[in-house]
Design a protein around this ligand. Structure first.
Ligand code: GRF
Length: 215
């Protein structure tokens, strides 16, 4: 991909990653622009943040649909109307069908609060603490029909401390998520990140050293 790509961000709640993407995309040299923030929940706090930043918003309430397919068709109608070329899932708490993810293959990203393939699914911080891992973190990956299993674009790690509880660990991870997602979207939208043989290869100048933030 080249030029400035039109991105829709799908949320269900707070929207800190969405806000980080909007802020990054305000730089004129950023290769993507955020053209739509869509939530399945009308009460998602991120909607007000998006509107305050001048970004178009939409609500598609899953409860108004009897099937996943009709819910997704309504989402796709909004995506098409906004001219979205790429989708960033950012705390979007609905499972998407295989048909949807296959139609958007290579054009849909998600951020997951763990170092995949460790801890796919929910409650990642609790599970990381229970497993006693010493490094935890976040992953941005392409979305495929298999949950949290698509090709990995970028990761950032944080230390796990002995006195962490899930909230403290979540806050440390979220801080790196908010830096990671804009960098990962930059790689994809600029065409530097490409899927080959089921994994992502990054072309061009070397990336900065991986973050193992003790920040
Ligand atoms: C983040 O932890 C993200 O990794 C997960 O959901 C959370 C969303 O947070 N998928 P926010 O709404 O972006 O603040």
């Amino acid at each position: 991909m080249s030029g400035r790509h039109r991105v829709a961000v799908l949320i269900s709640g707070r929207g800190s990653n969405m806000a980080a993407l909007i802020e990054a995309a305000q730089a004129p040299d950023y290769p993507a622009e955020i053209v739509l923030v869509l939530s399945n929940r009308r009460d998602a706090a991120g909607l007000a943040r998006a509107a305050a930043a001048g970004v178009r918003t939409a609500v598609v309430d899953h409860r108004a649909f009897t099937t996943r397919e009709t819910f997704e068709a309504a989402i796709e109608a909004e995506l098409i109307e906004a001219g979205a070329e790429l989708i960033c899932l950012a705390g979007f708490m609905r499972l998407l069908s295989a048909g949807f993810t296959e139609r958007w293959a290579g054009r849909i990203l998600n951020i997951h609060p763990a170092l995949l393939p460790a801890f796919p699914g929910l409650h990642t911080h609790e599970r990381a603490l229970a497993a006693g891992v010493k490094l935890h973190g976040a992953t941005v990956h392409f979305v495929t029909p298999a949950l949290d299993a698509g090709p990995i674009v970028a990761q950032a790690a944080v230390p796990v401390r002995d006195d962490d509880d899930p909230d403290a660990l979540a806050a440390r991870v979220l801080a790196v998520e908010n830096r990671l997602y804009p960098e990962a979207l930059r790689l994809v939208a600029s065409g530097r990140a490409r899927v080959a043989g089921g994994v992502v290869r990054i072309s061009g100048p070397p990336l900065p050293e991986p973050e193992t933030a003790a920040k």
